[in-house]
Write a protein that binds this ligand. Structure first.
Ligand SMILES: Cc1ncc(COP(=O)(O)O)c(C=O)c1O
Length: 471
C-alpha cells in the first residue's frame, strides 16, 4: 500500500521503473501485438481527479477519451466512493443463482423507467461484451423456445465494435480486429459501414442512405427472414470512429426489422448514461424503440465493472406464454446483479439526474463547435460528433479522403505530442476520438482543443520533415 502511494508522487522514478519492470515480466495487456505480448509496459496512471488523470511521472493530463468512454461523472467522486465502501460493508456479494439483493431490483426499476417503448426488464452482466453476448444468447433461446430453430443469423456492420467474447467479437467490423482471430462466421452476416464520410464519391448522403437500406432489404430477401434472428447496431459507431449514420437510416432499419420479426438490438454501451445527453439515446436522440438495449461503461462511470441488457416486456410475455415453460435460459454470471456494482450505478444515476445530464446537454454545442475549428488544419479531413463524443479524422488530402497513403500511426503521433502537452487522446489509426467526462467545463474544453491543435500541428511538421506528407 505504501509503495502504491509513493507512485503518485511526481518524479518517483524508482517505483515507476519497478512497476514497469513487473508489467514487462508478468502482465498481459489487452489488445497486444504478438511481437511484444507479455513484455510490454504502457503509460502508468497513478491517480485521477475530475477530468484529469496523472501519469506515473506526475504529469497531469486531460482524460480526453474518459478512460474508454466510461468515466462519465468524472474521477474521484466521493459520493460514489462512499457508496462502494458502505455497500461492501453491508453486503459485498450474494449468489445470484438462488438469492437476490436490493440494489439490483431498485436499479432495474430505475433503468426500466428510462428505457424506451416497452423495454422494462433488465439483466445485469459484468460489462459490454457480456451484455451483447447475453442479448445474442437470449435471441437464440427465444427463437428455440418459439420453435424457430433456423432463425438465428445475426446482422452486423462494417465499423462495428461489440466486444471481445467469442460471439460478440464475431460481430466486429473494424479494420484489423479479426485479421488474426477466429470468429463464429457462419452465424454472422456483415453489412456495409454506414459512414457518410466514406460514401462513394459523387453520391449524396440521401442516396447513400437509400443504398444502405436497399442492401439491408436485399440481404433479408436473399437469406430469408426466417433465418435472421437479430440485427445488432450501435446508434453511433463509437470505436469505429464516431460514425453517425445518415439521418433516417436507423428508423428505417428499425422498420425493416419489425416487418421481418428480426430483433433489433441497440448497442448503447457507449451512447447511454449521458454520453449523448440522455440516459438512453435510442429513442431520445434517434427516435427508435429497439427490442433490446445493451449498456455498460457509463452505468457506473467506470467505478465498477457492470453492464446489462434491457429487454422488451413483449419478449418476456412471449416466453411465459410459450409451450415450453420448462425451457431454461441457460445463461448467468457469477457476478450478475452484483450488489456493489448496482449500488454504484444507483448513485451514478443520482448524479447524472441531479445536474450532470443538464450540464452535458448545455455544454455539447460548445464542445462540438470548438472541435470543429480544427477543420482549418490541412491534415484534418473531418471533425464529426454528437453529444460529448467526437472524432478528428486525418486524411492525406481532402479530395481523395485517402487515409491509407498517410502514415498509419498518425493518430498515435498526435497522441504522443498531446501527451507532452497535457492531453490524453484516443488514437485510432488515422483518427483521434474525444469523449471527455461529462463534467468538463468551457475553459477545460478550450484547453483540450488548444492542445489538440498544437499536437496536430506538430504532427504535420513531423510528417513534412519525413517527406511522408506535403499538405
Ligand atoms: C459499443 C460497444 N459495445 C460493447 C463493448 C464491449 O464492452 P466491454 O469492453 O465492457 O466488454 C464496447 C467496448 O468498447 C463498445 O464500445
Amino acid at each position: 500500500m505504501a509503495a502504491m502511494r509513493r507512485l503518485n508522487l511526481p518524479g518517483d522514478a524508482a517505483s515507476r521503473e519497478d512497476v514497469t519492470a513487473k508489467a514487462e515480466r508478468h502482465l498481459i495487456q489487452p489488445w497486444p501485438l504478438a511481437g511484444s505480448i507479455g513484455a510490454e509496459a504502457r503509460t502508468l496512471i497513478g491517480e485521477a481527479d475530475g477530468i484529469y488523470i496523472t501519469d506515473g511521472s506526475g504529469m497531469r493530463l486531460i482524460d480526453g477519451p474518459a478512460g474508454m468512454w466510461c468515466t462519465n461523472v468524472g474521477h474521484r467522486n466521493k459520493a460514489i466512493a462512499e457508496v462502494m465502501h458502505d455497500q461492501a460493508l453491508q453486503l459485498s456479494y450474494n449468489t445470484p443463482w438462488y438469492t437476490m439483493n436490493e440494489p439490483s431490483a431498485v436499479l432495474a426499476e430505475r433503468i426500466a423507467a428510462h428505457a424506451p417503448g416497452d423495454l422494462d426488464h433488465v439483466f445485469f452482466t459484468t460489462g459490454g461484451s457480456s451484455a451483447v453476448e447475453s442479448a445474442l444468447r437470449f435471441m437464440q433461446f427465444y427463437n428455440n423456445v418459439r420453435g424457430r430453430k433456423d432463425k438465428k443469423l445475426i446482422l452486423s456492420r462494417g465499423g462495428a465494435y461489440h466486444g471481445s467474447t467469442y460471439l460478440s467479437a464475431s460481430l466486429n467490423g473494424r479494420p484489423r480486429d479479426l485479421d488474426w482471430m477466429d470468429g463464429a462466421d457462419a452465424l454472422v452476416v456483415k453489412l456495409s459501414t454506414p459512414d457518410p464520410f466514406r460514401r462513394p464519391a459523387g453520391m449524396s448522403i440521401e442516396a447513400f442512405e437509400d443504398f444502405l437500406l436497399a442492401e439491408f432489404d436485399e440481404t433479408v430477401a436473399r437469406i430469408g427472414a426466417d433465418r435472421i434472428g437479430a440485427f445488432v447496431g450501435e446508434p453511433v459507431q463509437a470505436s469505429g470512429g464516431v460514425i453517425i449514420p445518415p439521418k433516417s437510416y436507423l428508423r428505417r432499419v428499425r422498420e425493416i426489422c419489425r416487418q421481418n420479426d428480426i430483433l433489433y438490438v441497440s448497442d448503447e454501451v457507449v451512447t447511454a448514461f449521458g454520453r449523448l445527453g440522455h440516459i438512453f439515446a435510442s429513442q431520445d436522440e434517434f427516435g427508435i424503440d429497439p427490442d433490446i438495449i445493451t449498456f455498460a461503461k457509463g452505468v457506473t462511470s467506470g467505478y465498477f465493472p457492470l453492464g446489462g441488457m434491457v429487454v422488451s416486456a413483449r419478449l418476456m410475455e412471449d416466453l411465459r406464454r410459450s409451450n415450453h415453460p420448462e425451457a431454461m435460459f441457460g445463461h448467468g454470471l457469477t457476478y450478475s446483479s452484483h450488489p456493489i456494482g448496482c449500488a454504484v450505478a444507483l448513485k451514478n444515476l443520482d448524479l447524472l439526474e441531479g445536474g450532470i445530464l443538464d450540464h452535458a446537454r448545455k455544454i455539447v454545442p460548445y464542445f462540438q463547435a470548438q472541435l470543429k475549428t480544427l477543420e482549418d488544419l490541412p491534415l484534418v479531413g473531418e471533425v464529426r460528433g454528437v453529444g460529448l463524443m467526437a472524432c478528428v479524422e486525418c486524411v492525406a488530402d481532402r479530395e481523395s479522403r485517402n487515409a491509407l497513403q498517410l502514415d498509419k500511426a498518425v493518430g498515435a503521433r498526435i497522441d504522443a505530442h498531446c501527451h507532452e502537452l497535457g492531453l490524453l487522446v484516443r488514437p485510432l489509426i488515422n483518427m483521434c476520438v474525444m469523449s471527455p467526462p461529462l463534467i468538463i467545463t468551457r475553459e477545460q474544453i478550450d484547453d483540450m482543443v488548444a492542445i489538440l491543435r498544437e499536437g496536430i500541428s506538430r504532427t504535420m511538421d513531423d510528417l513534412r520533415k519525413e517527406g511522408v506528407w506535403q499538405g
